[in-house]
Design a protein around this ligand. Structure first.
Ligand code: AMP
Length: 280
């Protein structure tokens, strides 16, 4: 695997590669890689001739400085894991390399950024859009792979691609979970042992909640899920939402949309976790 820290070096290699290869698959990450990331890598590797991954903890998408400071970083482990999936190229720039000047770009995603993560993490999706747009321009991938674990982020990126007519296919990949159901996340490393033991309850509650679709209205489902989550020790809920799966707007009646998902964001102790599942 070839590793680049400088944009110019990466670009000149990719320019040459583009002449040789039929397609470049790209998986952007913030590192502290786990099986969820690796599944995206495997899929991208299988569907493209060249796999490019990036590891960059993007400071401008953090609305909380402690979260940024505590975000896990294990580059040596990441390199080993990327090599295990035969990643061809790793881009691992510094903050200065990505942002030599202060970032002032403002994106507008309308109602998509007004709900859930957008409402609870001001500036988060603007920071995501800035980095993903810049990475797309640097790497110019044919396909880019994102996880449904961050379902709203996926919708934002599709909207970014649509607004700017970016020549990249966005591929959505299912959420990878631990054997006990906990959605894999780099932040899980920060859970205390007792928190890790109870964390799988989140998915159990989501699954049970979604299965009640025939007996509960969307509003009743939100209340049911919230009530169950509140019973978990040390759990502080940011939101529980039932929304359509395209615009991600809250729904009040099941027949309002052709697909719906159940979303949750909460703190378990100091660690903020998000998860979502399909209702129909
Ligand atoms: P991150 O490093 O958290 O920014 O995530 C990088 C990419 O991996 C994003 O597209 C995430 O949605 C995806 N991802 C993170 N965790 C999972 C998971 N458990 N299952 C599937 N994809 C994931």
């Amino acid at each position: 695997m070839r590793i680049f820290n400088q944009i110019n070096d990466l670009q000149s290699v990719l320019q040459a590669e583009r002449k040789r290869t039929r397609s470049i698959g790209f998986v952007p990450t913030m590192g502290a890689l786990h099986e969820g990331h690796l599944e995206l890598m495997r899929r991208a590797k299988a569907e493209n001739e060249l796999l490019v991954a990036s590891v960059f903890v993007n400071p401008i998408q953090f609305n909380n400085s402690i979260d940024l400071e505590k975000y896990p970083r294990n580059l040596q482990d990441d390199i080993r894991l990327l090599e295990s999936v035969a990643c061809d190229v790793l881009f691992n720039p510094s903050v200065e390399e990505m942002y030599p000047e202060p970032v002032t770009t403002q994106y507008s995603f309308g109602s998509l950024e007004e709900v859930m993560e957008g409402a609870f993490r001001p500036g988060h999706f603007n920071g995501v859009a800035v980095v993903v747009h810049k990475l797309f321009e640097i790497v110019q991938p044919d396909k880019a792979y994102f996880g449904e674990k961050d379902f709203q982020q996926l919708a934002i990126i599709r909207e970014l691609v649509r607004q700017y007519s970016l020549p990249v296919d966005i591929v959505a990949c299912p959420t990878i979970r631990e054997a006990d159901g906990l959605a894999m996340s780099s932040r899980n490393q920060r859970l205390l042992p007792a928190e890790r033991v109870i964390a799988p309850k989140i998915y159990q509650i989501l699954k049970k909640g979604a299965s009640l679709r025939n007996v509960l209205s969307p509003k009743e489902m939100r209340i049911w899920v919230r009530t169950q989550l509140e019973k978990i020790d040390g759990c502080m809920i940011d939101y529980v939402e039932v929304a359509d799966d395209i615009e991600l707007q809250p729904i009040e009646h099941w027949n309002q949309s052709t697909g719906a998902r159940l979303f949750v964001a909460l703190f378990l102790g100091q660690v903020r976790l998000i998860d979502n599942i399909r209702i129909f």
